[in-house]
Design a protein around this ligand. Structure first.
Ligand SMILES: Cc1cc2nc3c(=O)[nH]c(=O)nc-3n(C[C@H](O)[C@H](O)[C@H](O)COP(=O)(O)OP(=O)(O)OC[C@H]3O[C@@H](n4cnc5c(N)ncnc54)[C@H](O)[C@@H]3O)c2cc1C
Length: 369
């Protein structure tokens, strides 16, 4: 089977990995570089989202985390390292109301966990990180979370796919060609040639919407910009857990730098880091960790999360409309966590394989399309 994948982010690379490993002929189309956008510049924290325990997305998050573990084991055997490791997370609260919410969500989300998260007060938190501000009144300590370097994760998936025969074409896809309700192939920028394909997976992050526009299909997807500032560690110790509060986070990452984020900006397809973003990140972080105030900046990045109206991914084939077409995008703030699941399900749809886990509630039809 000849499969084209559009997008070399976490979703496209994972789909390429599963398909090429299963012996299919895979061509990945990427307009820039592998992991050149959100998938290469995200924070890389993997932890269950704090959502209602009845939300089916929660079991998908557990399932995807298990896929992460399996991929990490397999890629490690092949000599790839992307710093996948267990790393505890702490959700922090500055107010009683935030603490109450954390307690409520903790009971919801982790009701079936063997190792339940632990609620800690400020002095208990200071045993873990002495430099924490007194403004923090408490936190929820999770020992079921993981951490990765997402750039090397995508690169490792891609290098492994290449070993199984996958090919990369560094071109922008401009159009999907359809004939008699079936995918025929695709066109790339500055060429009228149709590159034939039996199946096409659109995993182009927020840009997926433009690819569907060329088919007259409106995908309810939009970009939300997020920025991260990396600061130089002047004096040890490293910050050994991932701290989260509101939309923010902070930790020492695999490169030895302290990564602080983030923003949530609806500013279209603008991926430029800017001073306002930096200011809002640093101000919020200094309140929690005053010691970072004067640390020198190493790097400041911005990229776009693909987001849907209901904050859930879209994983679907268009079999009743166009045979051979699959979409997998909309991972939002948890796109790295969900990446393996989204890539696997896209690959299964192409191979017409039984679902490893039910993702039918993530069909595009929920938006009446
Ligand atoms: C600051 C920040 C921090 C984050 N932290 C986390 C985190 O800690 N944990 C977590 O789980 N998630 C996190 N995320 C979310 C996560 O990074 C994204 O949801 C995920 O990377 C999206 O992956 P993707 O493959 O769908 O899209 P992308 O990574 O955007 O990849 C899409 C690719 O498609 C290519 N493309 C687009 N159009 C075309 C075309 N026409 N032709 C060819 N190629 C095309 C693009 O160049 C791009 O490389 C974070 C996001 C941000 C912004």
């Amino acid at each position: 089977m000849n499969v084209s994948i559009i997008g070399g982010g976490v979703v496209g690379c994972t789909a390429a990995y599963y398909l090429s490993k299963s012996g299919h002929s895979v061509t990945l189309f990427e307009k820039d570089e592998i992991a050149a956008h959100a998938s290469g510049f995200s924070f890389g924290g993997l932890l269950p989202p704090l959502i209602n325990s009845k939300d089916p997305l929660l079991s998908l998050s557990h399932f995807s985390l298990e896929l992460h573990k399996k991929i990490s084991f397999d890629l490690d055997q092949d000599g790839f390292n992307y710093y996948f490791k267990r790393k505890n997370s702490i959700h922090l609260a500055k107010k009683e109301s935030e603490m109450k919410r954390l307690l409520f969500l903790s009971n919801q989300v982790f009701s079936h966990y063997q190792n339940k998260p632990v609620i800690l007060n400020n002095s208990e938190l200071k045993h873990i990180e002495a430099r924490l501000s007194d403004k923090v009144i408490g936190g929820l300590h999770l020992n079921c979370s993981y951490d990765i370097d997402t750039y090397n994760f995508c690169r490792s998936l891609w290098e492994s796919s290449k070993k199984f025969g996958a090919k990369l074409i560094k071109k922008e896809v401009t159009k999907i060609e359809v004939n008699n309700n079936s995918v025929k192939g695709l066109k790339i920028k500055d060429s009228e040639e149709i590159i034939p394909s039996d199946h096409i997976i659109v995993a182009a992050g927020p840009w997926s919407k433009f690819i569907f526009e060329s088919l007259g299909i409106e995908i309810p997807l939009f970009p939300v910009k997020g920025q991260i500032v990396r600061l130089k560690t002047i004096s040890p110790p490293d910050i050994k857990v991932n701290f989260w509060w509101g939309p923010n986070y902070l930790s020492t990452k695999h490169d030895g730098n302290i990564w602080v984020g983030t923003t949530e900006e609806e500013v279209g397809f603008n991926e430029k880091p800017d001073i306002q973003g930096r200011k809002s990140i640093i101000n919020s972080s200094v309140e929690i960790f005053p010691f970072i105030k004067d640390l020198p900046e190493v790097n400041h990045t911005a990229c776009l999360r693909p987001i849907t109206k209901d904050l859930k991914p879209i994983i679907d084939d268009f079999s009743d409309l166009i045979n051979g077409l699959v979409i997998s995008t909309g991972g939002g703030r948890n796109g790295i966590l969900f990446g393996p699941l989204m890539g696997l399900r896209a690959a299964e749809m192409v191979m017409s394989k039984k679902m490893s886990i039910d993702t039918s509630f993530l069909s595009i039809k929920r938006f009446s399309i």
